[in-house]
Structure formats: C-alpha cells, structure tokens
Design a protein around this ligand. Structure first.
Ligand SMILES: CC(C)(COP(=O)(O)OP(=O)(O)OC[C@H]1O[C@@H](n2cnc3c(N)ncnc32)[C@H](O)[C@@H]1OP(=O)(O)O)[C@@H](O)C(=O)NCCC(=O)NCCS
Length: 207
C-alpha cells in the first residue's frame, strides 16, 4: 500500500516535470497534459480552461476543493488557498488545549470564462462567478457576482466585464490589440498556402 502511494507520488512529480518542460515549447500540448495532471490530483475542472500558468500555486492540501470553469484564464504567480492555520494561533493565545494544529478548510471556485490577473491571491472560501475579471495583484475573498471586474486588496468591484468588453470592442475592430503568436494559441500557422482569413466587414477578428 505504501509502495503504491509512493509510486503514485513519483509518477505525479514526473508528469508535473514533463508539463514544466513543455510549457516553454508548446502551449496546446502543455495545457493538454497539465489539465490531465490537475484532474489526476483531484481538481474539479469543467470543460477546457483556456490557460493555467505553470507558476500558479494551488493549495496542495486537498485539490478536490478547487474548481475551475471552462475557458477560464489563470495568469502567472497566482496563489489559490484552501486552508488557513491562523486559527491555531488564536486558540493557543486563548489557552485552548489542542492535540494538533487545526485549520479552516474551504473550497475555491473559479467560474467559467474568468480572467485572474497576475500575482493575485484567492482566499479560502472565495467563489468567483462567470466572466469575472480579476485585476493584477488582487486579494479575492467572498462571493464575486457574474460579470464583475474586481481589483485591489480586498478586491472591490471596479466595473462590469460586459460593459468593458463593449467599450473595448471598437478598439479590437480597429486592430489595436496584439494577437497571440500561433505557437501559443495552437492555431494553424499562417503560410502562403494557408493565409489569414479575410473577415467580412463589420465582424471582429477571432479572439
Ligand atoms: C483589471 C484591468 C483589466 C482593468 O483594466 P482597465 O479598465 O483598462 O483599467 P483602468 O486602468 O482604466 O482602471 C480602472 C480603475 O480600476 C483600478 N484598477 C485597475 N486595475 C487595478 C489593479 N490591478 N489593482 C487595483 N486597482 C486597479 C484603477 O486604479 C482605476 O481606478 P480609478 O477609476 O479610481 O482611477 C487591468 O487593470 C488589469 O489588472 N489587468 C490584468 C493584467 C494582468 O494580470 N496581466 C497578466 C498577463 S495576461
């Protein structure tokens, strides 16, 4: 039994290492295996998240407490916390006789089509709705409603994703935004034999 457990741990480490290497070479391949790895660890992943950075840190205490929705994009250096030992210090300060340390353990939900900005911290128990945009460096706690744009510490609502999207749409049509490189997006590289499709007037480029 111990041997099986050990073999599983080694196997998971190897898969993680494999993902870490291919992260630098092929985005589609990386995502394919990294999502498989996270599911093996017990994470609840719905559909196909768009991107999860290899530098994102997930609380390894219980992966099944973490849920990620379809199309979600999780940027670099994010910390997803599902436990908190601060409680133990408070109990010790009160002179409570504890046999072991105790932790508060709560799930974290990242809804469908969310964007989580770099260096954010998702606190235990936070539930982020659909289409939410989290600004860089935010500390997110509690329930965040669908379509909210939030930022800061603690993260507060700064806008609405749909309104912001409508505002940005004009700039997209005017060609203001950078499109991701082909190797990153997984699209077929454009060549003379496979040129960029010409879009009908008034429609936007694919995003
Ligand atoms: C949240 C975000 C999308 C908002 O974009 P935006 O609407 O163009 O932002 P603006 O600069 O107009 O800011 C709007 C307001 O939100 C505040 N704000 C924006 N981003 C913030 C952040 N990360 N932290 C704190 N406040 C922020 C601004 O101070 C401003 O407040 P004000 O109206 O009181 O002046 C963007 O700021 C952001 O953080 N993007 C994430 C970037 C990232 O993580 N990239 C990683 C690589 S993909």
């Amino acid at each position: 039994m111990i041997l099986v457990h050990f073999a599983k741990k080694v196997w998971l480490k190897l898969v993680y290492f494999f993902c870490y290497i291919i992260y630098f070479f092929s985005h589609p391949l990386y995502m394919k295996y990294y999502l498989r790895y996270l599911r093996w660890r017990g994470m609840k992943i719905h559909g196909t998240p768009r991107y999860i950075s290899i530098s994102c840190w997930f609380d390894g205490r219980d992966y099944s407490l973490i849920e990620i929705g379809h199309n979600a994009a999780i940027s670099s250096n994010i910390r997803v916390l599902t436990h908190d030992y601060a409680l133990t210090r408070a109990f010790v300060a009160l002179g409570v006789d504890l046999k072991t340390d105790v932790a508060n353990q709560l799930p974290v939900v990242i809804g469908e089509n969310c964007f989580i900005g770099t260096n954010s911290i998702l606190m235990p128990g936070c539930k982020i709705g659909k289409n939410v945009i989290v600004g860089a460096g935010s500390v997110v706690r509690g329930d965040i409603p669908d379509n909210a744009m939030i930022a800061g510490n603690p993260a507060q609502i700064i806008g609405n994703t749909l309104d912001w999207g409508r505002e940005m749409r004009r700039l997209l049509d005017e060609g203001h935004f950078a499109h991701d490189p082909e190797w990153w997006s997984g699209r077929t590289p454009r060549t003379a034999a496979n040129p960029e499709p010409v879009l009908p007037a008034g429609t936007s480029a694919s995003v």
